[in-house]
Design a protein around this ligand. Structure first.
Ligand code: AMP
Ligand code: MG
Length: 343
């Protein structure tokens, strides 16, 4: 029998210090140290994020090793996020991974953060129904920093079919949530308050964007302006309508995403849809996509357990494992990048 590979995955692209160890596709540990410091600023402060990664990384790696009940000499390779992300934060993970690789004389594997979000679906128990998607599939990648429709032909053959032209969907939700008085990140809180809301109460218009691209800045301004106007007339407007406002905003966002994916299915004739990224934890988006699958039997929907939707170390480890199997190793001079270029 082939030896099972043990991979350490390090994710430090934004504000979570996340470290995981996997044995083949099984997760042994998945440590996430959330940086609460950003809450009081209403968004991630890059310099503080880097400082806290530096503070946390050693502890997080050690904890992952202890929880996995292994010793560090059993680790076969170390993978880490190369980009995109905040450069100061990325450099902490990269430096740690490079030192670890040299110190233990094990391969170094750099990973693209977006690709890793998609490959999360190949972790043993990540899917809500324990299903793994077959190729090809369309991935709707929706997170705090990204909004893309990606055609996935293979683990390492991916093509972006559409992207946001301005704000990512997660950032849009977080900014609107801030107006409602929610702390950062407001997306999950908005989701929570939507539960008992009437999503038909407030009607906002949808952006008209050709092809498979998205735009959220006009929608965001429309909602924020509406709230400002109504609050001028009645200072308790938000308080009186909170659940209905949240539900109405969430419904439009979910509809925009579904309409674009429908377009992509018609263009590609691929009806296997995979959702990834933090925003894919949203209950209304999940409900609407599962409803579409009920309406059209050709559709297949793949959803992740919520802990695997946002940034985590296991997604970096699984991407590392798949690269290891194809001998796609990195050299020590590999450089981090903040902006997404290509896969
Ligand atoms: P990521 O960038 O993948 O780590 O995801 C973080 C983003 O996901 C933030 O913008 C969050 O507000 C958003 N998010 C997380 N959970 C939810 C949810 N249940 N509904 C809407 N947005 C969410
Ligand atoms: Mg992410």
């Amino acid at each position: 029998m082939k030896k099972k590979l043990i991979i350490l995955g390090i994710e430090t692209s934004c504000d979570d210090t996340a470290v995981s160890i996997i044995r083949n596709t099984k997760v042994l540990s998945n440590i996430i140290l959330h940086q609460k410091i950003h809450k009081k600023y209403g968004g991630v402060v890059p310099e503080l994020a880097a400082r806290y990664h530096d503070k946390n990384i050693y502890f997080a790696v050690n904890k992952a090793i202890v929880v996995s009940k292994i010793n560090k000499y059993q680790i076969d390779a170390v993978s880490f996020t190369l980009g995109p992300g905040l450069i100061g934060s990325l450099l902490i993970g990269a430096s740690f991974a490079k030192s670890f690789s040299i110190g233990l004389k094990i391969p170094l594997i750099s990973v693209n953060h977006i690709r890793a979000h998609i490959l999360t679906h190949f972790i043993n128990d990540a899917n809500i129904n324990n299903k793994i998607p077959k190729f090809p599939f369309l991935c709707l990648m929706i997170s705090g920093g990204h909004t893309q429709i990606i055609l996935v032909d293979d683990f390492f053959k991916m093509k972006i079919l559409g992207s946001t032209l301005d704000n990512p969907v997660g950032e849009t939700l977080d900014k609107i949530a801030r107006i409602f008085g929610f702390s950062y990140p407001g997306g999950p809180i908005l989701d929570f308050f939507s539960k008992n809301g009437n999503s038909q109460k407030f009607i906002f218009s949808k952006p008209l964007v050709n092809g498979l691209n998205f735009s959220f800045s006009g929608f965001k301004s429309q909602v924020i302006q509406f709230i400002k106007n109504e609050t001028k007339k009645d200072s308790f407007f938000i308080k009186k309508n909170l659940s209905d406002l949240c539900a109405s905003v969430q419904k439009i966002i979910a509809e925009i995403l579904l309409e674009k994916i429908k377009k992509a299915t018609l263009k590609t004739k691929i009806f296997r849809i995979v959702l990834a990224g933090g925003v894919s934890a949203n209950n209304e988006i999940r409900r609407l996509f599962l409803l579409q699958k009920k309406k059209n039997k050709k559709w297949e929907i793949f959803l992740l357990k919520k802990k695997y939707t946002t940034d985590n170390g296991a997604m970096i480890a699984i991407a590392g494992l798949l690269k290891y199997k194809q001998h796609l190793f990195s050299t020590i001079d590999v450089t981090s990048y903040s902006k997404f270029k290509k896969f």
